[in-house]
Design a protein around this ligand. Structure first.
Ligand SMILES: *Cc1c(COP(=O)(O)O)cnc(C)c1O
Length: 404
């Protein structure tokens, strides 16, 4: 049987990520490949580092890409920082906090967790009190957890952790570009992201930035591979328990030494560079404001359809809203109708929220007026067909008021 060429159905991806990649990012990925040490390639790598310094708002030299999806960045950060037995504190506000905990456990760390109810955030003071009690080597947090839509306030945490010699790691995959984040102002040590949320690219590359203090901890564990080390080069410290995610070696690949590690995923580097170029050209504040506007319009729109918004809305991320599935409608059947009748994908939810809420994103390339209005117009039809009493045009009208 002949296999047809790939020809995906047209979709508007309005879930919590992935979202439609910006066409300019997709076009960048079709550019020809070049060799790893071609001066054009190493120049692209340097430009990518510089662009992501602007995206993360940092002067950190050590700003680069980990090849793989967002969790590749998380694993690289945690496995490179944490030695077996090291204490780590993880405040958990949703699914991705649990992921940090589980990755830290796999690193053999002594993991301490505090939890807050899904749909709420921690007071920074709560986290700092726990830092003082646990005295961890690393505080590992999520800024925006798409599973609950909450955005954890980070103000004040980094500065106190630096006074206590505690390194901070933050997963900003879902929040970066759509919510205010400033690595250096917040005095954080390591942050990682992905492309498929507010950065408007495909999944598969994980931008990361490390403060000089974090670089020191990582490079103190350097064990360069036998086949590429310099004569006389000696090993340091406890060897990082992953080769692929060994940031000490990856830093040597991205740094002036250009020491071979993996083969940089060239097409993904093109994509990551274009994502950052587009954001920096727009301006980071303007990008956050765009996400705020379209997120507010979507939130007003779902309320205009008579739906309840889940969670502590004051701490909601700009780029995703969770709506309670109304009584009497089958949540999964409604999502299927959105997809098959309108080509629009909205998100289901995990764990304690499964079957209770849908998650609707407005992020990256899809943080746009037409995407918001089209989604609301379609949702109105699906709700009505499912037997829910909806105010005619209530969603579109409420969103338009936000845009007025
Ligand atoms: C979406 C998301 C991820 C995704 O990880 P992938 O490996 O790219 O699937 C990670 N962390 C957070 C906080 C997210 O919202």
């Amino acid at each position: 049987m002949p296999v047809e060429p790939i020809n995906p159905p047209p979709r508007l991806l309005m879930g919590p990520g992935p979202v439609d990649a910006d066409p300019r990012v997709l076009r960048s990925m079709a550019a020809p490949l070049i060799g790893q040490y071609d001066p054009a390639m190493t120049a692209y790598m340097d430009e990518t580092s510089a662009l992501y310094r602007d995206v993360f708002r940092t002067t950190n030299d050590a700003t680069l890409l980990v090849d793989g999806t967002s969790r590749a960045g998380i694993e690289a950060a945690l496995v490179s920082l944490l030695e077996p037995g090291d204490r780590v504190l993880v405040p958990v506000l949703g699914r991705f906090g649990h992921l940090l905990r589980e990755i830290a456990e796999r690193c053999g760390a002594d993991v301490h967790v505090i939890e807050t109810d899904w749909g709420t955030v921690f007071e920074p003071q709560q986290i700092l009190a726990e830092v003082d009690r646990v005295r961890p080597k690393v505080l590992a947090m999520v800024q925006g957890d798409t599973s609950t839509t909450m955005c954890q306030p980070l103000e004040g945490i980094g500065a106190v952790c630096r006074e206590r010699d505690v390194l901070t790691y933050v997963d900003v995959t879902a929040s970066l570009g759509g919510n205010t984040f400033a690595m250096d102002d917040l005095q954080l040590d390591v942050a990682t992201a992905g492309l498929q949320k507010c950065l408007g690219g495909p999944s598969g590359s994980a931008p990361i930035t490390l403060s000089p203090a974090a670089v020191e901890v990582v490079t103190a564990r350097k064990h360069t591979e036998a086949g590429i080390r310099d004569a006389g080069e000696v090993d340091h410290g406890e060897r990082i328990r992953s080769n692929y995610f060994d940031l000490a070696m990856i830093l040597d690949y991205w740094g002036p030494r250009r020491l071979n590690h993996h083969t940089e995923a060239t097409s993904m580097l093109y994509a990551a560079r274009e994502c950052a170029r587009l954001l920096v050209t727009e301006g980071m504040d303007a990008a956050v404001e765009r996400h705020r506007l379209h997120g507010e319009a979507m939130t007003a729109g779902v309320r205009g359809l008579g739906l309840e918004v889940f969670g502590d809305v004051a701490h909601k991320m700009n780029n995703v809203v969770a709506v309670e599935i109304p009584d009497g409608i089958d949540g999964d059947a409604a999502r299927t109708a959105m997809l098959t009748d309108f080509g629009i994908e909205i998100g289901t939810s995990f764990g304690p929220l499964h079957g209770r809420v849908w998650r609707i994103g407005t992020m990256g390339y899809n943080a746009r007026t037409d995407a918001v209005l089209t989604t609301l117009a379609a949702l109105e039809q699906v709700l009505r067909a499912g037997g829910v009493a909806v105010p005619p045009a209530g969603g579109v009208a409420a969103a338009k008021e936000v845009y007025a």
